[in-house]
Write a protein that binds this ligand. Structure first.
Ligand code: SF4
Length: 336
């Protein structure tokens, strides 16, 4: 297998127009701005940040579910090499099979009027991936078994299932087209903690068995620490830090990453956290502040932060950061 990343983005930006303006220029929401990132094949790649940071839009852009405004996205597996901004109709149809989404809410994602068999079979039928009902049924049974659903489940309707079972149905539906890339957007957020562990273990098992690459979008850093190999941190549409999970959790360099990590509750009763509190709200992407987008909340902001946007720099080959002051900031007073 090639070591070429499955997904590579370069300066990827996604903007949405803000209604029609009668006077003056059209205004835009810059939901994702100039993101350069590689997602290695076979990785469980975490994407974290507060709500409003652009994580979901970034994930949707990688699935071609929202238009790419600027920049490049390359998808490269062993069979195809696609430039997502310039897909032909046939390539887009093929890409839909290779890149899939697992939804957040297992209650809203499944049609209450369809049986589990029909829900899982629908992508095969829409994408015309099978040539007979028998073949469709065989593929549905195969993926249902991998997702720990049994034959009896296939005849029932979603309301008969618990949240964890419904999420397994959603996963089976996402994987029935044998994708290689899966965006899991807050896919365990709506579940109880004990069920979350069950679903995360299933995702891990399926990754090994089917050779999947995940983009795992989450606001829950303890879940990300548990399952992801690498993590990217977003703030107001920008990438602020990326690193292998252990490295990021052991020594975050960006003030925003530190603030996020310090807010994770500790199970150790002797642990006295000097949590670096995040003050205020994330600004609106419709009117982002100039310079470093985090400067309005950063305790280390200096003049240059208010005027110049920091560029992405390498701390190590696999660790990047966007902060003017990362080399000089001293966190030795902070509690670990
Ligand atoms: Fe804080 Fe400045 Fe670094 Fe932004 S660039 S994170 S404001 S120190």
């Amino acid at each position: 297998m090639s070591d070429h990343p499955l997904i590579s983005t370069e300066d990827l930006s996604v903007s949405f127009p803000l209604g029609k303006s009668l006077f003056g220029p059209q205004q835009y929401i810059h939901a994702v701005a100039k993101i350069t990132l590689q997602i290695p094949r076979g990785s469980f790649f975490g994407l974290v940040g507060e709500s409003g940071s652009g994580k979901t839009t970034f994930g949707r852009a990688l699935l071609k579910a929202v238009p790419i405004s600027n920049g490049h996205v390359e998808y490269n597996d062993d069979e195809v090499d696609y430039n997502l901004e310039h897909l032909t109709k046939a390539e887009l149809k093929d890409y839909r099979k290779r890149a899939q989404l697992i939804f957040q809410d297992p209650y809203a994602a499944l049609s209450p009027r369809m049986t589990v068999r029909d829900i899982i079979a629908e992508p095969l039928e829409l994408m015309e991936l099978t040539s007979s009902r028998e073949e469709t049924d065989e593929k549905v049974r195969e993926i249902a078994a991998k997702c720990r659903l049994n034959l009896e489940h296939l005849r029932r309707f979603p309301h008969a299932f618990s949240g964890g079972q419904r999420q397994r149905i959603s996963i089976a539906r996402a994987l029935v087209s044998t994708p290689k890339f899966v965006v899991a957007d807050e896919s365990v957020a709506a579940l109880d903690v004990s069920i979350q562990a069950d679903v995360l273990n299933l995702l891990k098992e399926l990754q090994r068995e089917l050779g999947l690459t995940y983009l795992f979008i989450s606001h829950d850093l303890s879940v990300v620490a548990h399952v992801c190999d690498q993590v990217a941190v977003m703030y107001l549409g920008r990438l602020v830090e990326t690193a292998p999970t252990r490295e990021l959790f052991a020594g975050p360099k960006h003030p925003y990453t530190r603030a996020l990590l310090s807010a994770i509750p500790s199970l150790d009763p002797d642990h006295v956290s000097k949590a670096q509190k995040l003050e205020g709200e994330i600004p609106s992407p419709a009117s982002p502040p100039p310079g470093c987008k985090f400067h309005t909340r950063c305790p280390f902001a200096i003049d240059i932060c208010k005027t110049d946007e920091p560029v992405q720099e390498h701390v190590t080959e696999s660790h990047t950061i966007s902060c003017h002051r990362w080399k000089e900031l001293d966190y030795s007073d902070a509690a670990e």
